[in-house]
Write a protein that binds this ligand. Sequence first.
Ligand code: 13P
Length: 252
Amino acid sequence: MKRKKIVAGNWKMNMNIDESKNLVSQLKEISAANVDIKIAPSFTNLYLTNSLLESSKIDVISQDLHHEQSGAYTGEISADMLLSIGVKTSIVGHSERRKYFNESDIILSKKVNSAIQNSMNVIFCIGEELSERNNNNHFEIIKSQLLNGIFHLEVSNFQNIIIAYEPVWAIGTGMTASSDQIQEMHEFIRNLIKSNYGIETSESVRILYGGSVKPNNAKEIFSLEDVDGGLIGGASLNASDFSEIVKAANEL
Ligand code: 13P
């Protein structure tokens, strides 16, 4: 089955409002018929970037959300708030949230539930640490992150789910996983979805790779059978690098 590629830029905690405006003005022109393009700016930039990109092909998404709809949760942002400014998709479970903010599988599954109940889309991130791979534990880790994070969902919910496999050791290190490692893990993930939800779902769900994707390796990674695009960190902060990566996906 041919799945439409996704290239999503995760800006992380970068870009103040002026820098965002500048980057967005350069990104505005990007269009690629075969690619769904997304960017995830920080909360303070969401409203403005979304307004500036309204007539473009770029979808503005959130880096995170809280699992409650409203209430006494100082510093947090809910699905309802995101929807109210036109943001319909959120990343959930990025390894930096898991690691630096102690977001457990239980919390992450609640975030997924909140997004789904609000008809939002989720880019659900999973990935192993280097020590886990070195101990040959990586498949078990990925399986448990999926089981605990999203495998409680109904089959119909998978229309709103995108998975991003991001090996923690490849994030921001310039150390990309090899093509064999990437394809092997993506196939493993797709097979798990198949055994839990059936072939129709496993063939339609999009699985992105993240971890040091750059213009010079994007095409090779995106051409792997079970890779449906990428979640891009560092290179998404540079308009020409990000455009090159989108172009690589569009040509496949
Ligand atoms: P880098 O592309 O900077 O390695 O980051 C990947 C990532 O964490 C995207 O969410």
